[in-house]
Design a protein around this ligand. Structure first.
Ligand code: CA
Length: 234
């Protein structure tokens, strides 16, 4: 069955454009012009497969909806893609801290949006990644199949967590600063104080169970992915 996408956006023209294009590309859609309407759609059974969420709504902050979704065990794994105005760097960061999977900056092309949707729905492999399976201790990652296992047990990661893990694997043994991670994984170039990286690293660590121990905190700097807690400075 086609994936159902909930569009939460108060600009009717944008809702119409999104609805038309998403349906043309094989998705089912429903739309909410207010936060209250969005919450009603989220109560439906089964819930939507993905939510496109504008952060600036007339009756409530999109962030609040984000946080509600992540608190609800029934909705916790639902991908959230934030729609944000250009220049709203702090909005993006707040949204990601509230648990969104990804964001797209307005105005955006439909092609780019469709790509992001496919990635967060994990229906297609991200093109840039190496296709080989990577084995690292008890951790196995298959970038092509979007699959992660720890001791042969499947782990369910969000698109962002997956990107973060791939980055760690590509830079194993090397300490990376928080701002470098923010740039590489989130594409956020800002001189801002943010807990985004820490919040998502913690979530990834917890989800990876035993393999979460490969992620080491480098005090006052960032993180290093390694089997050993300490690596000689070079
Ligand atoms: Ca709006």
């Amino acid at each position: 069955m086609a994936d159902l996408i909930l569009i939460v956006e108060d600009e009717q023209d944008l809702v119409d454009t999104l609805t038309y294009n998403l349906q043309r590309n094989g998705y089912q859609t429903c739309a909410a012009l207010t936060g209250a309407e969005a919450l009603r759609y989220l109560e439906r059974d089964p819930p939507p497969d993905l939510i496109l969420l504008d952060l600036m709504l007339p009756d409530m902050a999109g962030m609040e909806i984000c946080a509600n979704i992540r608190k609800d065990p029934r909705l916790r794994d639902m991908p959230i893609l934030i729609l944000t105005a250009r220049g709203g760097e702090s909005d993006r960061i707040d949204g990601l801290e509230a648990g969104a999977d990804d964001y797209i900056v307005k105005p955006f092309s439909i092609r780019e949006l469709l790509l992001r949707i496919q990635v967060v729905l994990r229906r297609c492999p991200p093109g840039a990644m190496d296709s080989r399976q990577i084995q690292f201790g008890s951790l196995m990652v298959d970038p092509q199949a979007y699959e992660v296992k720890v001791n042969d047990k499947p782990v369910n990661l969000s698109a962002l967590e997956f990107r973060l893990l791939i980055n760690f694997l590509e830079n194993r043994g090397r300490a990376q600063s928080r701002s470098a991670l923010l740039e590489k994984v989130w594409d956020i170039h800002a001189d801002v104080q943010t807990r985004t990286v820490d919040v998502h690293v913690k979530r990834l660590r917890d989800k990876l169970m035993e393999a979460g121990g490969y992620i080491h905190t480098v005090r006052g700097f960032g993180y290093r992915f390694s089997k050993k807690p300490e690596e000689a400075a070079s």
